[in-house]
Design a protein around this ligand. Structure first.
Ligand code: GLA
Length: 748
């Protein structure tokens, strides 16, 4: 039983395989936080609730409310009645006054995990073998007559606890939610550092680490979607935390809209970690009898560093969040025509790509932006989801049949949330764009955003998209979203509900993706947003893969993919081989290195295969074979980060190890050559220490520039797991920048 209640001590204890989370009830009925950390087998730790500490110096009464609420570690702190650290919930009464105080009423413990209506959320999962249990704590504000059900689900095997809450208005008057976070965690400060994933278009999810200082430090999005810039993931770590050592507390938000993730170091030297919907752009009017579900937040704790934290999250998402039947299936190796042609293509051009692709072992064509309406540039036709037969001569059915005849599957691009001013849809329904009365709409990439809070808008788009999908043999959809959202208002909701639109919009996106995946259960759906601006746990509930970034330069990808892998399994990361020079950075990288780096993701090509040099095209054959050989190891194995280019090392190294330790694949990239360099000792990780492994290096042999001699791979040989992990192997130094190798290990 992973959840139990000690009635004498009034303590709830939630245990995973290696962690314990404890909640305590105070005499007054407040729900306090007791402990989160390494698993406690016996101890009760009730003393940690700290209910008896005196307040500030001039005060004498230990439990006077003002001071008490300011110091008590709390599970779901509320606003308006003192307690000046970050709150999780702010409610207004019918007079518009802000005040809320929650008292414990009852609890239930159940097997499995309830759904969150209208929202993506984790589930028990048929295949998972660990226990999943849920604790519901019912809290009440007797003055507002509002209840809050705090939900904690315990995923024993993955060391994950998820949190969410359902707020219900039991009064006969309206209540207004001004803020409703998903999780709050009070921790003692251990010289904590905050890890975040930050970036921009083309350089998403770079890892940053900073000391937590007094006050509030947060990342968030106010762009209406997850954003390129900041990511709904934070981890608190101690200064000594590395990949293998030290504490890591992580929070990850299952949501695809505005968010705020924060660490607040208070005067008492404790850190309050919070995660939830961005409160500045959110209000929800709760009518009598209505409930509001806050999105789910994923928590994990590792006492063995960041590596275990990542593996916990990877296993959790694979076992309990991704629903697609494609999760463990080998995804077709695709070729996407975006960087090959941009808008300039027709049936014949696409078929010429397909013919070449077939010869090299590529399995699917993805027709990107530009096939619909009269779109020849990014200034028109979004919303007109019918085929442009001037470009797609013979129609879509003809094209897909020809592609299938050659032997490839077919995928297609949509941007379902966008509307161009120059579109039939906008001309017919100008009110369908988000807008603020009396103001000219704000264009971004020449487009407005559709009002997905409205059902008739979603239905109309869905009819067009599903019509296209039924009109031809289409195996894959890339769902794109190419701008931050602005002008968040509409012409239908009353004034007091206008601030609900950002959240209603996100619920609308979820509803449409739910419909799409239900009606087309075998469809391979990829989410995308101008690259990786909507890469979040909410999206992987609908799509098993997300386009990681528009930047396919493999050196840039080292940072982007390392940041992404910190929280997501590799099977989720859309990664393609691009052409040279790279269209974003202008950098020219060896074709082999481009392949090795993309191999760690969903794998495909985004280049004009009819125009690349013959020697590159020849290499595709070997790369596609490697993908088939290594796919399940990469997608389903345990991830180990060995070295990081992000840490200013001249090289980068990571790998995946089969769950039973029988096989492993590590990728080594020498980013910059150093003069007079020697072989580098690399200590691998995750192997069976007693196992004897045969190591084979994949990577072209290098010619010594001094004498033209072929430099053989010095790494190949037979080693024990122990020596590979403790002593390491020598990565042979090769002349040249951006050189890479794969090390494949098979236990004998
Ligand atoms: C976004 C995507 C690209 C491509 C273009 C098309 O930028 O990330 O992959 O689909 O849109 O407009």
């Amino acid at each position: 039983m992973s959840i139990c209640f000690d009635d004498n001590k009034k303590i709830f204890k939630l245990d995973t395989q290696r962690t314990t989370y404890m909640i305590g009830l105070t005499q007054e009925g407040y729900v306090g936080h007791v402990y989160y950390g390494a698993r406690l087998e016996s101890a009760c730790a009730a003393h940690l609730l700290r209910t008896g500490e005196p307040p500030f110096t001039p005060g004498v009464l230990p439990s006077e409310k003002a001071a008490f609420l300011d110091t008590l570690p709390m599970e779901y702190p509320t606003g308006g009645v003192s307690g000046y650290r970050e709150t999780a919930l702010e409610l207004l009464n019918e007079l518009g006054q802000n005040g809320c105080e929650l008292f414990y009423r009852s609890y239930t413990i159940e097997e499995g995990k309830p759904e969150l209506e209208g929202l993506p959320s984790s589930f028990k999962g048929a295949a998972a073998d660990g226990e999943v249990m849920t604790l519901r704590l019912l809290l009440e504000d007797p003055v507002l007559n509002v209840t809050v059900e705090l939900r904690y689900s315990v995923f024993e095997k993955e060391d994950v606890i998820t949190r969410s809450a359902v707020i219900t208005n039991a009064a006969d008057k309206t209540r207004t939610i001004r803020k409703a976070y998903s999780a709050c965690l009070d921790l003692d400060n251990e010289d904590m550092e905050l890890i975040t994933l930050t970036g921009a278009w083309g350089r998403e999810r770079h890892i940053e680490r900073q000391k937590v200082r007094h006050g509030r430090t947060y990342v968030g999005s106010t762009r209406g979607y997850t954003s390129h810039q900041e990511h709904p993931f934070i981890a608190l770590v101690t200064p000594e935390t590395t990949q293998k050592t030290g504490s890591a507390y992580a929070m990850h938000f299952v949501y695809s809209g505005n968010f705020r993730a924060q660490a607040e170091l208070s005067q008492w030297d404790n850190v309050r970690m919070t995660m939830g919907i961005d409160p500045d752009r959110f209000t929800w009017v709760l009518d009598p009898g209505c409930s509001f579900a806050v999105p789910e937040c994923v928590l994990t704790y590792s006492e063995c560093g960041l590596g275990r934290m990542s593996r916990n999250l990877h296993d959790f998402y694979r076992n309990h969040m991704i629903r697609s039947p494609w999760l463990h299936r080998e995804r077709p190796i695709l070729i996407n025509n975006w960087e090959a042609t941009y808008f300039n293509f027709d049936t014949e051009k696409l078929l010429s790509i397909v013919r070449e692709a077939k010869k090299c072992g590529i399995e699917m064509l993805v027709m990107d932006d530009g096939w619909f309406g009269h779109r020849n540039l990014d200034d028109s036709s979004l919303g007109d989801w019918y085929v442009n037969e001037e470009k797609i001569k013979g129609g879509l059915k003809y094209l897909t049949e020809e592609v299938n005849k050659i032997g490839l599957k077919f995928g297609i691009w949509f941007e379902p949330e966008a509307i161009s001013p120059d579109s039939d849809l906008f001309r017919a329904h100008p009110d369908w764009a988000l807008q603020i009365s009396g103001r000219e709409g704000t264009l971004s990439r020449g487009q407005y955003v559709l009002d997905y809070s409205r059902k008739e808008v979603r239905d109309a788009i869905y009819d067009m998209i599903s019509g296209i999908l039924r009109s031809a043999n289409i195996d894959y959809v890339k769902w794109d979203m190419n701008r931050s959202i602005s002008d968040i208002g509409n012409l239908v909701l009353p004034p007091e509900r206008q601030q609900e639109i950002s959240h209603r919009y996100v619920l609308g996106v979820y509803e449409l993706q739910e419909r799409l995946t239900k009606d087309f259960p075998d469809l391979l759906l990829e989410n995308c947003a101008g690259g990786g601006a909507r890469f979040d746990p909410g999206m992987i509930y609908y799509s098993p893969q997300i386009w990681c970034s528009d930047d396919m330069d493999s050196v840039e990808r080292l940072r982007i993919q390392e940041g992404t892998e910190l929280a997501y399994p590799l099977s989720v990361m859309g990664a393609h081989v691009c052409c040279a020079p790279n269209h974003t950075t202008g950098r020219i990288l060896p074709f082999e290195t481009r392949g090795h780096v993309a191999l760690s993701g969903t794998f495909g090509y985004e280049l004009d295969i009819t125009k690349i040099p013959d020697e590159d095209r020849e290499m595709i054959q070997a790369q596609t074979q490697q993908y088939h050989q290594f796919h399940s190891l990469i997608a389903d194995g345990d991830y180990y980060r060995i070295h990081s280019w992000n840490d200013e090392q001249p090289y980068d190294c990571w790998g995946t190890v089969a769950k039973d330790g029988s096989e492993a694949l590590f990728t080594y990239v020498q980013v910059l050559a150093k003069p007079n360099q020697h072989s580098k000792k690399i200590r691998l990780d995750g192997l069976d220490p007693q196992g004897v492994y045969e190591l084979r290096t994949y990577g072209s042999e290098t010619k010594n520039p001094m004498n033209g001699e072929i430099m053989a791979h010095i790494e190949d040989g037979v080693y024990t797991g122990e020596e590979l992990m403790k002593a390491g192997i020598l990565a042979g130094a090769v002349p040249g920048d951006y050189r890479s190798r794969l090390w494949h290990l098979v236990r004998k």
